[in-house]
Design a protein around this ligand. Sequence first.
Ligand SMILES: C[S@@+](CC[C@H](N)C(=O)[O-])C[C@H]1O[C@@H](n2cnc3c(N)ncnc32)[C@H](O)[C@@H]1O
Length: 356
Amino acid sequence: MTDLQKIISKAYENLPIEKRAKPWTFVNHGVDLLKNEDELNCYLVAYGKMHEEKIHSALSTLTNLKEIVKNKYQIIDWGCGQALATLCFLDFIKGSLDNNKPQSITLIEPSNSAISKAEKYIQSITQNNKNQLIEKRLDDVNLSDIEITEPITINFFSNILDIESVNLAKLTDLIKNNLKGEQYFICVGPMNATSTRIDTFAKLLNCTDEKLIGKENGKLKTTRGTIKLLVFKIKGKEIEIIKSIYYPPMPKNNNIMHILDKKLNAINSNNLNSLDKIMEYYKLVVELEQLKEPAVDDYNYYTYEINENNDFVIDLESNPNFLNIFNINRNSAITRWPKDLNITLEIGIEEKNIRF
Ligand SMILES: C[S@@+](CC[C@H](N)C(=O)[O-])C[C@H]1O[C@@H](n2cnc3c(N)ncnc32)[C@H](O)[C@@H]1O
């Protein structure tokens, strides 16, 4: 169990029984300032594990983290709440990264009860009581609050940039005036209506559309929820995108067990022979998988060959119509938001054509 997970478990034990089952109903996604012990614990129990996973996946993108923490470095946790991002980072470096702790940690958070808890949790792990506590909204932070004293700074923006009361223009002006040394920006947030604010934030720091687009898609592995993740580095005038991950929200009718039941009941397996049962199984698996993807409008047909290495080989040029669509889609001068390419296999078995 990580230190953060121990903290979450303790928070669960400390919650009154009636709040344990649906802790998220008491905290409005953590957007409002949390006021008391119960609200702080509800937040940790409701979102702690999910945020830990997001921050963990963001930190995993920093392939040079071992080098970073060998140097002197500092952390700024913006809108830190109970400092989940910093706690997760401290867990992350504990194992394999020689536990080279930061020279200083600056916590920025307007809720007095949250920032006090954040400090207490960090102290219990680092045994260091030199953290800077800035009990302010981001709009009120001054340059003197976030002094850069080390050659490397790791900035955490964990589930804060989507909060609309944060003035991104003001925030990025402040950061631009404070760009000393090498600075890493770890931004994670939900994929909701305001999640594009992470892109806006990066663009206000002079990151171009081209740099932002074209990074990989990904998804959270074990817990519910969608993420928007952006990790980038600024050194001098250079901005380098390290990773961006988008995960589309679940379909609107997202009662997934209900959908599954409906789909399973629609198959009458009594009349099926064993081959049909296998086909129905694969069709259902593919259909459920596709529920998460955008609808497919057009099919373009290709024949394929299987080469000596058992690879499926498709000759794109053999269908000029699709080749043209493909070339337009990948030409960033014409297409701003390229579409995904979905490949469906049509397999003929015993005179039946089955499309996967
Ligand atoms: C969703 S929580 C995220 C907390 C923490 N970063 C995390 O990942 O768990 C949002 C936090 O932002 C704080 N907050 C709300 N408005 C803010 C503002 N204008 N400036 C700074 N923080 C704000 C809230 O008090 C809350 O702690």
